[in-house]
Design a protein around this ligand. Structure first.
Ligand code: ADP
Length: 474
């Protein structure tokens, strides 16, 4: 792997992109991803700034930043981090140059990106127009079609009546998947396999979506049987250069939510990889994509693959891509926002070579013995797995940390990197066994069951894996 320098000796700008250094970054987020961005800032000599809710006043992410500001006082815990006017005001009052949204919270809100830019602050991510386009399922699918990317057959827009739902199913056949048009994070989905169940299931899914997301509109797609979830990491700059950083396999999911992620995808046919990565880059160029992003695909057993969505932000599993490519995605994001081009950073497609296999396990404070119910309280004892090839990205993973019920239950991301899948899994297994966490329950016993499953170790499991193997829960 070539050494990629983020500090070019001489910036000789061939393009018309203006380079304006960023001196301070506010992270409109919390927890491990806030800390991840602060670390990148510190290494680049940039001041890091945190916001924190009242509930998070003693949370470690606040202390890991150079400066921190209370946000959303009087608001519920999650709402505090969604308070756009106050976040903008903090930036302006304190002369902050740029905002990083992390993942979740405001990260896919075009109105936030726009408000940041309107206030004269840099947004570390794609343009508001692209954030909006990618977040709108219909517009994103249209862009994919225009770029020649195969998509899952689906409704042209949100569907609100059971009659429309039935029509789609008659026309395209079963099975189908209902997805809440305004849902996300794997929630609000339902698979239907029998024609006589279409209408009733639609009504139920729609009313669930209404109470969970405030809108009962649904999308209907053909359900792809036994798919693998494979996604391509992209990075674009302001000059229009786009590279891919190969793919990740995120097929190990529980309730459509990712649990274990691997880069690159094991046993992926090289021709299919080439097509997927080419098409992902084409899509990005077509929409004028800038900064980090991910194109998600589902692949069926026959080797067909279908676009499902673009995530216009950094993802939880970006770490495994960093491990195999040696490229710091967050630092690259910041440099791109400053106006540095990819070639100026020494990043070009032919220099990006995946090295070995990296695997990430999401260690959560959930109890597998109680149907993954989140656990809370004080961590009394904490010892982590460490050693060669192990990386930990966390925030509240230490003795004395209080795990509150207010936020996501991700405790620490454990990443193992080695020459091949088997040795990466062996490292992960060994590292997870070294963990001692007392005071709160974690999903480590479940993760270890996954890592000892022969089918998993052979690579290439599909999204049915966890559901079909209930013994993993014990
Ligand atoms: P979200 O945005 O809520 O995360 P996605 O559209 O990314 O939802 O889908 C999450 C997961 O749901 C996928 O990785 C896959 O396992 C499953 N899924 C989504 N759409 C389909 C489909 N058409 N066929 C089969 N599985 C699907």
């Amino acid at each position: 792997t070539p050494h990629i320098s983020y500090f070019p000796v001489k910036c000789n700008y061939s393009t018309k992109v203006e380079y304006k250094p960023i001196r301070s970054v506010l992270v409109a987020n919390r927890g491990e991803i806030a800390v991840r961005v602060f670390r990148a800032c510190t290494e680049l000599g940039i001041k890091s700034v945190a916001v924190y809710s009242k509930e998070d006043r003693s949370h470690i992410h606040r202390l890991k930043a150079d400066e921190s500001y209370l946000v959303g006082e009087g608001l519920p815990p999650v709402q505090a981090y969604l308070n756009i006017p106050e976040i903008i005001k903090i930036c302006k009052d304190n002369g902050i140059d740029a905002v990083h949204p992390g993942y979740g919270f405001l990260s896919e809100r075009a109105d936030f990106a726009q408000a940041v830019i309107d206030a004269g602050i840099r947004f570390i991510g794609p343009s508001p127009k692209v954030v909006h386009q990618m977040g709108d399922k219909v517009a994103a699918r249209e862009a994919a079609i225009a770029a020649g990317v195969p998509i899952v057959p689906g409704t042209d827009g949100p569907v609100t009546t059971k009659e429309e739902a039935k029509d789609f199913c008659i026309k395209h056949g079963l099975p189908v998947i209902f997805k809440a048009a305004y849902g996300g994070g794997g929630r609000g989905m339902r698979v239907v396999r029998k024609m006589e169940e279409v209408e009733e299931n639609f009504q139920r899914a729609s009313s669930e979506a209404l109470s969970a997301f405030g809108n009962g509109a649904m999308f209907i797609e053909k359900f792809i049987e036994r798919p693998r979830h494979i996604e391509v990491q992209l990075m674009g700059d302001k000059a229009g250069n786009v590279v891919h950083l190969y793919e990740r396999d995120c097929s190990v999911q529980r309730r459509h939510q990712k649990v274990v992620e691997i880069a690159p995808a094991p046993h992926l046919d090289l021709k299919i990889r080439q097509q997927m990565t080419d098409l992902a880059v084409k899509l990005a160029k077509h929409v004028g994509y800038e900064n980090a992003g991910t194109v998600e695909f589902l692949c069926d057993e026959k080797g067909n693959f279908y676009f499902i969505e673009v995530n216009a932000r950094l993802q939880v599993e970006h770490t495994v891509t960093e491990e195999i490519t040696g490229i710091d995605l967050v630092q690259t994001q910041i440099r791109v926002a400053e106006g540095m081009t990819l070639p100026e950073m020494g990043i070009s497609q032919d220099r990006i070579r995946p090295d070995g296999f990296a695997i990430q396990c999401r260690v959560t404070t959930e109890d597998p013995a109680k149907n993954f119910q989140p656990d809370t309280g004080r961590i009394e004892v904490f010892r982590s797995g460490e050693g060669m090839g192990i990386r930990l990205d966390g925030a509240s993973a230490f003795a004395g940390a209080i795990i509150s019920p207010y936020y996501d239950s991700l405790l620490v991301k454990v990443i193992a990197h080695s020459n091949d899948l088997q040795s990466s899994c062996a490292k992960m297994n060994r590292a997870l066994r070294e963990f001692r966490v007392r005071g709160v329950k974690t999903n480590i016993p479940f993760l270890l069951n996954v890592l000892e499953n022969q089918k998993f170790l052979n690579g290439a499991v599909d999204t049915y894996f966890i559901d079909e193997n209930p013994q993993l829960f014990h």
